[in-house]
Design a protein around this ligand. Sequence first.
Ligand SMILES: Nc1ncnc2c1ncn2[C@@H]1O[C@H](COP(=O)(O)OP(=O)(O)OP(=O)(O)O)[C@@H](O)[C@H]1O
Length: 254
Amino acid sequence: MSDALLETRDLTVRFGGHVAVDGVSCAFAPGQITTIVGPNGAGKTTYFNLISGQIAPSAGQVLLRGSAITRHSVAARCRAGLGRAFQLTNLFPDLTVFENLRLVVQSRRHRGFDLFSMASRQRYMSDEAAEVLARVRLSELADHKVSELSHGNQRKLEVAMLIALDPLVYMFDEPTAGMSVDEAPAVLELIAGLRGRADRTILLVEHKMDVIRNLADRIIVLHNGALAADGDPAEVMASDVVQEAYMGRAIEDV
Ligand SMILES: Nc1ncnc2c1ncn2[C@@H]1O[C@H](COP(=O)(O)OP(=O)(O)OP(=O)(O)O)[C@@H](O)[C@H]1O
């Protein structure tokens, strides 16, 4: 467990009498895509919210590179290296797609500023922002305000912004939700490209079986807020606990 980038220990949250996340202990090693699955209401989003700091736990801890961040704000966790896609397009809805991406690149590059002249670093950041936009096939919308984008394109931009931010821990919540079948592959390819990076870990909440099949190196299953299974995707998906938890309904195509 010591080489884990991210770890939760006995993480628990109660809403009134309801235990939404129930003592989840899990360590996330670098270089892996871990997919979090479970039926509706199992606690997946709440687990993500506890990790990214949207809500505070009733008990337990969140550790990033071995240090407890359980009491840190969302912003402090972001600075420490936790990145969650859904938060990003809310940042500057009245700026353009390109401006949003360039700000993300700029914030990440901040410490290297002294090394470059103003002109060359502006060009560098613009080039990098343009390159990420092209990779998610949003270049033609570069000058549109974020608030004008369709839901599917906002999701694409969220993924692009997270990739430009390049956090230690990438958190994606159903990244292709609301996208057409034509749009999803480019986004999945980008996420797959993060796999194997020795200093990054990727967490993905997902319902779609084809996405899980393509991306997961490891699957964890939440059921009634508790960790019900954890391991190799093929074994976990075939296990009795998953078959019983889903009863053929919640994961698409099962
Ligand atoms: N703020 C809250 N107050 C009260 N109950 C909550 C709150 N947030 C979540 N819950 C409850 O906690 C449980 C887990 O919800 P959560 O949204 O985490 O499930 P999920 O696995 O993400 O479901 P889905 O796949 O439908 O998104 C549900 O019973 C939900 O109603």
